[in-house]
Design a protein around this ligand. Structure first.
Ligand SMILES: Cc1cc2nc3c(=O)[nH]c(=O)nc-3n(C[C@H](O)[C@H](O)[C@H](O)COP(=O)(O)O)c2cc1C
Length: 240
């Protein structure tokens, strides 16, 4: 998209919902893992990303970068990643997303999330093939018509990763204004070599994560899965 067309898209995006309160936009977000075939208009995603660009960052350095993929390049990317996943399994991430050694309370929360998703899909603990097939859906962007890949310059420090997290969350919330839903996907960081080659991402950038974006399939069982949260008093202390 040319600079002028990008500018126009930021000013006008169709399908906007005007009545979404901030609290509803945040509380109503959930990771969506099945989508309708309906494409995401370019002016809408451009507007969403421009809105997310208003996210704060330390000293306003705005360290985030986003790669948008749809149509043929998306189909080619997912075909290569799926073929690699099927033959060689998962690759490795360039950064540790999770603790190297799991401990409570995080382990129990992680298990509740994983088993919750699998049981929604009727996948039992013995059904390794079922789990594999569900996990595999990641690499197809869960059937979403559009995927995002977030990158960061390798020489950025931890603070910039914090900034990118804020940007990524803002993308997810801003999407909801247009009836779009998302699933952030660290799974894609395991295939960063393929992504970097296909998108011609400079060597100086690292893949943080991917994200599926699209209109949710209301009939899909997987989308009925809701995750729990700790009650607020478990993670907040008022200092007296
Ligand atoms: C940075 C990040 C990476 C994630 N990566 C994946 C992923 O690779 N695959 C997936 O299915 N879900 C992924 N998730 C979704 C989480 O599992 C989900 O946010 C969490 O279980 C809470 O559920 P909710 O998003 O529905 O509220 C990721 C979430 C975040 C924030």
């Amino acid at each position: 998209m040319s600079g002028e067309r990008l500018k126009q898209a930021v000013g006008s995006a169709a399908g906007r919902i005007d009545s979404l309160a901030v609290e509803d936009a945040i509380r109503g977000r959930q990771s969506i893992r099945a989508y309708l075939e309906k494409p995401v208009p370019r002016d809408v995603i451009t507007r969403v990303l421009a809105t997310a660009g208003r996210a704060p960052s330390g000293s306003n350095i705005q360290p985030w970068k986003v790669w948008v993929v749809e149509g043929k390049p998306l189909a080619e990317l997912t075909a290569e990643i799926l073929a690699t996943y099927d033959t060689s399994g998962e690759g490795t991430r360039e950064y540790n997303y999770y603790p190297v050694t799991w401990r409570e309370p995080y382990l129990a929360r992680r298990r509740a999330c994983g088993w919750g998703l699998y049981s929604t899909m009727g996948i039992t603990r013995e059904d390794k093939a079922g789990m594999h097939a569900q996990r595999r859906q990641n690499f197809n962007f869960f059937g979403a018509p559009m995927g995002l890949v977030f990158t960061i310059d390798r020489d950025m420090e931890t603070g910039s990763w914090l900034d990118c997290g804020m940007f990524i969350q803002t993308v997810m919330i801003a999407c909801r204004q247009f009836g779009l839903e998302t699933c952030p996907q660290a799974a894609f960081a395991n295939f960063q070599e393929i992504i970097r080659r296909r998108f011609a991402i400079p060597d100086g950038e690292m893949v943080i994560c991917g994200m599926a974006i699209g209109y949710p399939d209301p009939a899909a069982k997987v989308n009925s899965f809701r995750t729990e949260r700790e009650p607020v008093e478990n993670y907040v202390r008022f200092v007296e």
